[in-house]
Structure formats: C-alpha cells, structure tokens
Design a protein around this ligand. Sequence first.
Ligand SMILES: Cc1cc2nc3c(=O)[nH]c(=O)nc-3n(C[C@H](O)[C@H](O)[C@H](O)COP(=O)(O)OP(=O)(O)OC[C@H]3O[C@@H](n4cnc5c(N)ncnc54)[C@H](O)[C@@H]3O)c2cc1C
Length: 510
Amino acid sequence: MELQSPKVTHHNYHFLLSAIALLLGFNLLYILRLNAKKRRKSKEIERKLSNDAVNGGLQLTEAGGNIDVIIVGAGVAGAALACTLAKVRCSNSNLSNRLIFASTVLISMIHDSDLSFPSDGRRVHVIERDLTEPDRIVGELLQPGGYLKLIELGLEDCVDGIEAQQVFGYAIYMDGRNTKLSYPLEKFESDISGRSFHNGRFIQRMREKAASLPNVKLEQGTVTSLFEKNGTVQGVYYKTKDGQTMTAHAPLTIVCDGCFSNLRRALCKPKVEVPSCFVGLVLKNVDLPYANHGHVILADPSPILFYPISNTEVRCLVDVPGQKVPSIANGEMANYLKTVVAPQIPNELYDAFVSAVDKGNIRAMPNRSMPADPQPTPGALLMGDAFNMRHPLTGGGMTVALSDIVLLRDLLRPLRNLNDPTTLCNYLECFYTLRKATGVVYDKHVGGCSIQGLNPSPVSTFLRCGYIRCRPSPDPGASGIIFPIIKSEGVRQMFFPATIPAYYKSPQVA
Ligand SMILES: Cc1cc2nc3c(=O)[nH]c(=O)nc-3n(C[C@H](O)[C@H](O)[C@H](O)COP(=O)(O)OP(=O)(O)OC[C@H]3O[C@@H](n4cnc5c(N)ncnc54)[C@H](O)[C@@H]3O)c2cc1C
C-alpha cells in the first residue's frame, strides 16, 4: 500500500500559526514577568534592610532555620496539614492539565502575581505537646465524605493497619423499633465508605507519615504564645521537651491546638458552648446488630451511639445533657448508666454494656460547639477544632478539618512565596470566606450532614468569594485566587455540582 504524504489544509495552517503566536506571546510575557520579578526582589531586599535598620539589628533565635509554615499541634488537623503542605505533588502531565497550567501562568503574568505550579513541598515545623499515642474518646468515626478528602490528600493509607472498620451507614433505634439507613455509596467503589478506628492509632499513622518527609520537622514542645510584630504573626514561643524556651519563625503559623485551644483567643473571639458531655465506654467481643454500621439509639433524655473501633471493640458514647454530669469518681455515673441508660440499650448489646460499666473504664468529654468567627490576622490561621467545633453528635469534626485542609492546600498552592504578608493575608481572608460557605451548608443538615457538609455548593462558594473579594475594589489578586480554585475544583464541580458523584444529597432522616 502506498503511503500518502499528509495534506497541509487551511485548517492545519491556521492551527500552526496560532500555536507559534501563542508560543511567542508566552515567551514575551515570560520575559516581562522575569523583569517584574527582578524589580520586586530588589524592592524586597531594600525593605528588609530598612526593617533591620529600624529594629536596630535585633536577631531572634530561629529554631530550625528557613521554615515556611509552623503548625501548632499534631492532632487530626495538624498532622494531616503537615503531610499535605510538605508533600511535593507529582505534576500531572496530560495535555489538558498542561494547558490549564499554561493559562494559569499567563493569568499570573498578567496580574504580576507570584504564582507558579506546583508549590506544595513547604518546609514545615510542627510543634506538638505530646508525641505519644493519644488515648481519647474523640474523632473515631470518619464519615465517607471525610474518607474521600483523605484520598484527595493522599492519606488514605493512614487508616490501613490500624484495624479500621468500614462503616456503610447507620441503624436508628427509637421506641423499640429500628431501621437501617445506608450512605448513598452505590456509585462509588467498594472501598469508599466511612471508617471507624482508634483515634490515637490514626493520628500516630499521620504523624509518622509527616515525620518521614524530609522537609518536616516534628518536634515535641508546648507553644506558649504567638510571636507578633507590627500586627503580623511571625512565629511562636514554645517550650521544648527539656524545658528550654525557644522562638520559631515563619511567614505563616497555623494553629491546630484542638478544642481546648489556648492560642485561638489571639485570633478570634471564641464563643464556646457546652450543651452536653459524651460519656465513653468500650464494649469487648460483641457483634453489633447491623455489622459495619453506626448505631444511634434515640433514647431519653438524649442519644446513645455505638460503632466499631477495631476487630473486637465497639465504642459506646452516651450523650449526657448539661455541663455538670454525674461524678465518675464516686460511682454516680456508673449508677446513672445502669439505671437510666442500660434499660434503653438494644438487647443484643445489653450484657456487654453492663459489663463495660462494671469494668469501670468510663471516660467523659465535654461536647463543645463553637461557630467559626475568624478575625483575619496577617501571618496566622486557625484550623480544626481550634477554629470551629460542631456538636460531636454530627460526627463531622474530622471531615470538616480535612475538608478545610484540601481547601487551604488548593488555595495556597499557586503562592510560591509566603513572605509577602499582604498577599498572604489576601489568601487567608479568602480561605475564611470560602470555608464559611462550607459551614453554612453543614450546620443546616444534621444527620446526613457530614457528607453533604463537606461539599458546599461550589457555585455559592464561588459567588460568595468571588463577589465579596472582587466587588468592593477591582482587586487583581482576587481573580488570581479564584482561577486556581476553579482549576483545582474543576469547572464541572464548580458550576454543575449535581453531576459529580461526590456531591450527593444527604439521606433523609424521617
Ligand atoms: C466526644 C467527642 C467525640 C467525637 N467524635 C467524632 C467522630 O466520631 N468523628 C469526627 O469526625 N469527629 C468527632 N469529634 C470531633 C473531632 O474529635 C475533632 O473535630 C478533631 O479531633 C479535631 O482535630 P484537631 O486536630 O483540631 O484537634 P486534636 O485532634 O484535638 O489535636 C490537637 C493537638 O494539639 C496539641 N496541642 C494542644 N495545645 C498545644 C500547644 N499549646 N502546643 C503544642 N501542641 C498543642 C494536642 O496535644 C493535640 O495533639 C468528636 C469530638 C468529641 C469531643
């Protein structure tokens, strides 16, 4: 068969010309950008020298040297965040991604903002008060939406090897009747479901993962306060394990010190409510009536939860209204559990429940809730429970924290240089605006909220953030922030969320 040389059609010719024009334009813009960058650099050096002169050459001890981000606390939020910010993401080299990359670089050139992809792989200093495995009754059931976020962060292997149990939905008990509500996971692979586990094992896996990254310094120490200068947080003061007082510096400090946060007062006005307490027990060697399901007993005066946390253990959490609960120490609590709670427990679990009460390992935790009320502070950000707490009955605290981490990662990725406080502050403000939309949707849906909750309507997110940031002043930085988010969320997710399997509706609890 004779091979024919391809014909150069008009169409091909125009395509070639356009490609050459695009390349030339690209080169020209690149040169312009290089020049702009040089100018900016010399201004930065000037500014730094003059600052040093103003400070009289004051030098503060830097723990660990050039750090991009300090993270206070290595719980669920802090450990996941450290892994995420420190990881260098593999560049995806398919054609559409390269085109998106090129157009984003063009946008950044036009706005003369310091953008480039990818910019994860930050140097992270994590300071955690206690690096031993936590033993707590919190954060043991990760909703499917949270597991999806874990996958998005590349941390799904942190639930491997810890006897994590798959959770496919809830069984609801009321007035002697019960029904099973499954998560709507039909469109997902069988691996996608909730996960329940020992919180400490999960956290330890994430800490190990963070510590294995060369650009993470995970140190045991207690942060005592934020180090602020001219209204900008520039780092933290902390006490090392051996009692030495140190200062760590970084352009960005992320406070993830949990529900009892001491540091959040510097960054928001916390309005913490404690409507009830959870009293925790572990039931051994008992099968739940519905395997791989959480069990919610709508009891009097308030709910009781059961879910598996390992191959042989079931967690029981009893919600006890009020801040002052019967004393564990003097046996009042055991009495309350046996006389008020036990009669309402399903028959299959009754013996194991009473035996757990008799064993005496009863724990209590206040159920706190605190709406997010950030006061954007240059150089600092709150995350996890330090920032926002939802009633633990919603089982969504970890999901929200992981969701926020995905958002922050995508938001900060294009920002290579964190050292410009004004630009950074714009990004941080945008983070608060974007995640606020998440919270609004979340709080309106208790029950199946945890899935729906982490998938706020991206349209409303986009409108809120885009509108709020762009309208008051034609700030070129705003579009530079929004476009990469559209890129990372995807146009379809942004504008047609209902067509994306992950954006599904919460089950209707009648
Ligand atoms: C009873 C109860 C049950 C819950 N159950 C669930 C559930 O089933 N599913 C769910 O998704 N969520 C649940 N939650 C919520 C969930 O536990 C939290 O949302 C989650 O743990 C928040 O993670 P975090 O990293 O912000 O805080 P934490 O995981 O508490 O981590 C904070 C870390 O900061 C460290 N730290 C504190 N102060 C300092 C300091 N000054 N310096 C250095 N380090 C410091 C601490 O040692 C700790 O390691 C529950 C909460 C409660 C109270």
